[in-house]
Write a protein that binds this ligand. Sequence first.
Ligand code: G3P
Length: 250
Amino acid sequence: MPRQFFVGGNFKMNPISRGQKESIISVLNSADLDSTTEIVIAPPSLYLIPLKDTVRSELQVSAQNCYFKDSGAFTGEISPAQLVDAGIPYVILGHSERRTLFHETSEFVAQKTKAALNATLKVILCVGETLPERETGQTAVVVQKQLQAVVDVLQESDWGGVVIAYEPVWAIGTGKVATSAQAQEAHLDIRTFLSQAVSPAVAENTRIIYGGSVTAANCKELSTQPDVDGFLVGGASLKPEFVNIINARR
Ligand code: G3P
């Protein structure tokens, strides 16, 4: 079965007002969206429930992070169980901003991934190399190390709930998009790794999406690559052009 094209909008710590949020949603709610694309939007946690209640049914909502415990004295955190109870189906984990700014290790990301999957959340798992790592030829090694930590704690059956987002750090928010050849090479490396480290079936079925300065102008070419199964979009997901990205394969 072909892998379903997947487009996620990671709003990060935006928008800054409820009015802006409403205008983004009204664009999405009235747009002509490709019904074959799985669409997920990840607003700040403050907006998860109101968004879930106001977006059209084809759009799913995702948290941008969660902790690995169910409940307790963990100020500022949200648990997988709470997200499930609120009807939120997805969570983004391991984003480079969390790895870098909040010092999340690959082992911690893996622990949270396992907890989220156990709670029946689906996980958008982000991996990617920095510019110095790419320039010194370490892209595949770095990404495999990030993935290996997750491979170590998941069962083969868990992978059905995982979408991998390859997000080269140098392309995030910089306007420097990976070429379609660079994206394809990295995605194929990830698929080959999954085949060896988990199983050929998991490698074949897991969506590997690209994130990093995706726009309406560059999404079509990227989407033609055989191992690019969609996008995780930051800045452009806050603009009307997000609709064009959702419809990239049309
Ligand atoms: O998670 C999406 C992301 O990090 C890419 O951000 O703004 O480069 O599309 P942006």
